[in-house]
Unconditional design. Structure first.
Length: 247
């Protein structure tokens, strides 16, 4: 069964974590957990999620402060649903002004949270699909499925197109193998290591006739699509497999 989405649940009430988290997992969501605001902020800023469910009243860092830092400092655009006992209009306005996408007042039903999660994830994915992605001189139009580098059209197969869209969307972040496989195939992973073959074909398509090479394998971390010279990223433990790309 394909994943409904990857969700970060930030909540310090253990009973609520078990109830809500267990329900979401039973509905095919992949759920990461944080029990305080500081840990939630760290996970949200370092990883990619389809949505964040955030308690408003948390130890170590208040929920609104988590939202403020994610939006203003880290420029994280992940949809955030705030769940809290603060039910005044002023509280809701404060949350929305900081960048909260939806607001759910405790107590709430897990079914309603699921519906709201699916709505914000669907809306966010639709917005992302409308944007032309660009890394250096490589562009991808998700609507027309056209890829160009240096103005030259490039033909890429369907799985390679999904892979390229993930890497371009997250650029210059390193994306783990687990994240890529989960987004492309969900829980139905292929028996063999087909991801390696798709990466090889993608590298040949976008890097073989162009410079610099953009697709990098970061040892023990994952894969990244970026112009290292332009972005100032470190090249330690990075392999661009130039020989493979030119083969």
């Amino acid at each position: 069964m394909q994943s409904s989405g990857v969700v970060l649940l930030v909540e310090d009430n253990r009973a609520l974590v078990q109830t809500v988290g267990g329900y979401l997992e039973s509905r095919s969501f992949d759920v990461d957990y944080a029990m305080d605001g500081l840990e939630g902020y760290r996970l949200a800023s370092e990883n990619r999620y389809d949505a964040i469910v955030l308690d408003g009243n948390l130890p170590r860092m208040d929920g609104l402060e988590v939202v403020k830092r994610l939006r203003e400092t880290d420029r994280v655009g992940t949809p955030i649903i705030m769940v809290t006992a603060r039910d005044t209009l002023e509280d809701k306005i404060a949350g929305l002004e900081q960048g909260v996408d939806d607001y759910l007042t405790k107590p709430f039903s897990a079914q309603e949270l699921e519906a709201r999660l699916k709505a914000v994830i669907r809306r966010n994915r639709k917005e992302l699909c409308g944007q032309v992605l660009q890394v250096a001189d490589l562009t991808l139009d998700p609507m027309s499925q056209q890829v160009r580098r240096g103005g030259k059209p490039i033909a890429i197969a369907s799985v390679g197109m999904k892979l390229l869209q993930i890497l371009m969307r997250e650029s210059p972040r390193v994306v783990s193998r687990r994240e890529i496989e989960r987004e492309i195939w969900g829980d139905e992973l292929p028996d063999s290591d087909v991801l390696r073959s798709h990466l090889y074909n993608l590298r040949r398509a976008i890097d073989r006739d162009f410079s610099p090479a953009l697709l990098q394998t970061v040892k023990q971390a994952g894969y990244r699509l970026a112009d290292l010279d332009a972005s100032g990223q470190e090249e330690d433990d990075v392999s661009v497999d130039r020989a493979a790309a030119s083969a």
